[in-house]
Design a protein around this ligand. Structure first.
Ligand SMILES: [Zn+2]
Length: 501
């Protein structure tokens, strides 16, 4: 299937883990259904993967991840609490909404952009699941190709990892394959562990974030390498407005994006095959998720403020809206004691860490967390109470928050104080908004928390080194910034707009 998925995957998978973990008889008391506890946790983030593309590719014949999806908890209705990496990954690691954990907030109110202000760091008192695991004797390792999850002194979301392997894409290597080396490293780390060592691994893949932003000649070259069958498949999964004009850059870039998502599906299937072949899967829980989606002209020019994302590829990318194409993400969880099921209940990335902690037998109780247990979403637990899902912390544009309850969704544009309402059941593309205040009550509470968080915000916002700046620019952030001197230190006073709040 997806060409270029391949030899090295096979080679990487041939490397065997040494030793087997000890079996466990403990179980996690979840009331109605007990879930056996596991020794190991593997968290996999596939950066920038929208749910519709991800699941559509699973319908292909011979898709290797499909057989694994039958054995996992497949969440078809999962939301990211923010449209870009820092606040979303922090939520996945902490079980908290961005307003609660503090990471990824950008100063300003009317028009904000990462190009001028660095994001805030994770609040000092916030704990991550990696910290919790490490404090309980786990060996914790991160292998990441995302610049945002690299630097301990930056946004600080990678707290708690004993080792951190970085794979840094640059502009000339934007279209390169990083997953191969990352899998080799993942195998090495696992092979080096003593058999009775408990572990938490985080692997963060970047191909679906980067490949479609490659230079036009290389993009065209990659397109030309697809078989007609592949092209037809990718086109079939395209969002409605991406391929209206098949010669448009939106369409071309989408086809390359779909290919990258397909490649990553195969990579994940290979990782699960490896765990099973080495006998490790019976003691390992795996959570696959994406941190946010990607827009391909889904909404076009709807009058939004786009401070920085505009000139090169308008209405493509992420971080600048709270529409579903940027928030609807896949989550799939595998637990050896839980049978596979497809689940439509609304879940969020905030559910990942508290659920996984329970599977590991860790006491992990983030204060005021609204997380729900992923394994309690199965049908045998009965109907779940409706829950609001929030999103906030955009990276570019007018500051926004969204709240969703069932199929009712509101987006609040905070500076202009407009609230728009969508009925996702009848209008899944959010194309017909109505003005309304149906969900305003949901926002009130969140806004209070937001104020509180701002008040307690750490004084030192993240700062960038030149190398970090180049890394971020290579993946589309901070375009046009020539040196770190141009980026606010974060120590300056609030902008007048923000003072108005
Ligand atoms: Zn991301």
């Amino acid at each position: 299937m997806h060409t270029l998925r391949t030899a090295l995957l096979t080679a990487a998978l041939a490397l065997a883990f040494s030793g087997c973990s000890k079996p466990t008889g403990d179980s996690v008391d979840t009331g109605a259904n007990a879930v056996a506890s596991v020794q190991h946790l593997l968290l996999i983030c596939i950066d920038t993967v929208r749910a519709d593309t991800f699941f559509a590719l699973g319908e292909l014949e011979d898709d290797p991840l499909s057989k694994w999806e039958e054995r996992g908890l497949v969440f078809t209705n999962a939301s990211s609490p923010a449209p870009w990496t820092v606040p979303s990954i922090a939520s996945a690691f902490t079980g908290l909404w961005p307003n609660q954990h503090g990471a990824g907030l950008i100063d300003g109110f009317k028009e904000i952009t990462l190009a001028r202000s660095p994001p805030s760091s994770l609040l000092a008192e916030t704990r991550t699941i990696a910290q919790e695991a490490r404090d309980n004797g786990f060996d914790t390792a991160a292998i990441s190709a995302s610049v945002w999850t690299f630097e301990p002194n930056d946004v600080d979301i990678n707290r708690g990892f004993d080792s951190f392997d970085k794979y840094v894409p640059t502009i000339p290597t934007l279209g390169d394959v990083y997953w191969e080396d990352m899998l080799v490293r993942w195998n090495e780390i696992n092979a080096a562990r003593a058999p009775d060592t408990r572990s938490l691994d985080f692997v963060h893949f970047i191909e679906a974030h980067n490949w479609h932003f490659d230079s036009v000649p290389r993009l065209e070259k990659r397109l030309a390498s697809f078989t007609p069958e592949e092209l037809a498949i990718y086109r079939k999964t395209a969002p409605q407005r991406a391929c209206e004009d098949e010669e448009s850059m939106y369409c071309k870039r989408y086809l390359v994006y779909a290919h990258a998502v397909g490649v990553l599906r195969d990579v994940i299937a290979g990782m699960l095959d490896t765990l099973e072949a080495n006998g490790k899967l019976k003691d390992t829980a795996v959570v696959l998720f994406s941190d946010h989606g990607e827009e391909f002209n889904d909404h076009g020019d709807d009058g939004r403020v786009m401070v920085f994302a505009a000139p090169k590829w308008p209405f493509m990318g992420h971080g600048f809206s709270l529409y579903q194409e940027q928030l609807h993400v896949p989550i799939v969880a595998w637990h050896p004691g839980v049978a596979g099921e497809r689940i439509d209940n609304p879940v969020s990335l905030i559910d990942i860490a508290p659920s996984a902690a329970q599977w590991l037998g860790l006491e992990f109780n983030p204060p005021n967390s609204k997380a729900r247990m992923l394994h309690e979403q199965v049908a045998s637990f009965g109907k779940q109470e409706a829950r609001p899902l929030y999103a906030s912390h955009i990276a570019d544009g007018e500051k926004q928050m969204s709240a969703r309850l069932g199929d009712d969704k509101s987006i609040w544009y905070m500076a202009s104080d407009r609230t728009v309402y969508y009925d996702l059941e009848n209008d899944p593309g959010e194309l017909a908004s109505t003005q309304g205040d149906a969900q305003v009550m949901l926002f009130d509470r969140l806004f209070l928390e937001y104020d509180e968080m701002k008040a307690s915000k750490q004084s030192g916002a993240a700062s960038f080194t030149e190398q970090q700046l180049q890394g971020l620019q290579s993946i589309g952030y901070l375009q046009g910034v020539e040196s770190t001197e141009e980026i606010d230190s974060g120590d300056e006073e609030e902008t007048p707009e923000a003072e108005g709040q």
